[in-house]
Design a protein around this ligand. Structure first.
Ligand code: G6P
Ligand code: MG
Length: 214
């Protein structure tokens, strides 16, 4: 029986995944690397530094750590600029209803985002009160596909992993949920997220009443 729902943020609650993409694309272009949406799928759910390593590997570029830290910082500055204008109206349709309907069914709600900017995004969206716990990139040592982030969220909610369902748009995130022993609803395409128990095109397509059939 499902007792908790754990939501990823970027690409599941709001389209901040797009801002990560355009910021990385801007940085990649400085190295004459053309980042495509296909490349970008590999970056979703992955930590900032790991994302940079993946991008540099596309150009066979090896840089000292101090330089990489500067580049990661630069990308983050752009990302932070982009997200400052986000508004609660940009929350994907049906997401708040889904969360509130799950809560009515006594399902605990967690957020598990690898992003260190997650607290700021949640603040801008004004939805902190909709979650029983928030776990972000500052609280973990291993990024998805490692299950650490979801196990920590479940622990903080006091719910066993097999009683949790994760909502994820990233392949690495679906893998992390499966590795954590949790159910998973993939948000995106079946080709990309086929390892999930169910795949929906948009988060709001999943209804609280669908939990029973997972
Ligand atoms: C999320 C996104 C990734 C991003 C990561 C780190 O998992 O899906 O695309 O790289 O968070 O985000 P940050 O805001 O800490 O750079
Ligand atoms: Mg995501």
């Amino acid at each position: 029986m499902i007792k908790a729902a754990i939501f990823d943020l970027d690409g599941v609650i709001i389209d901040t995944a797009h801002y990560h993409y355009i910021a990385w694309k801007r940085l990649a272009s400085e190295f004459a690397i053309t980042l495509t949406p296909t490349h970008n799928e590999l970056l979703k759910g992955v930590s900032r530094m790991r994302s940079l390593d993946i991008i540099l590997s596309f150009g066979n570029i090896d840089l000292p750590l101090a330089h990489k830290e500067q580049l990661a910082e630069k990308k983050n500055k752009w990302f932070v600029e982009y997200i400052e204008s986000i508004r609660p109206e940009e929350i994907f349709p049906g997401v708040i209803d889904l969360i509130r309907n799950l809560r009515k069914q006594k399902i605990k709600i967690g957020l598990a985002s690898s992003s260190k900017n997650a607290p700021r995004v949640i603040e801008l969206l004004g939805i902190a009160k909709d979650f029983d716990t928030l776990v972000d990139g500052t609280m973990i040592t291993q990024s998805k596909p490692d299950p650490e982030i979801f196990l920590l969220a479940a622990h903080k909610l006091g719910i066993a992993p097999h009683e949790c369902v994760v909502f994820e748009d990233a392949e690495a995130g679906v893998e992390a949920a499966v590795a954590a022993g949790m159910k998973c609803v993939g948000v995106g395409s079946v080709e990309q997220l086929g390892k999930a128990n169910r795949v929906v095109a948009r988060t709001g397509d999943f209804k609280a009443s669908d939990l029973e059939s997972l």
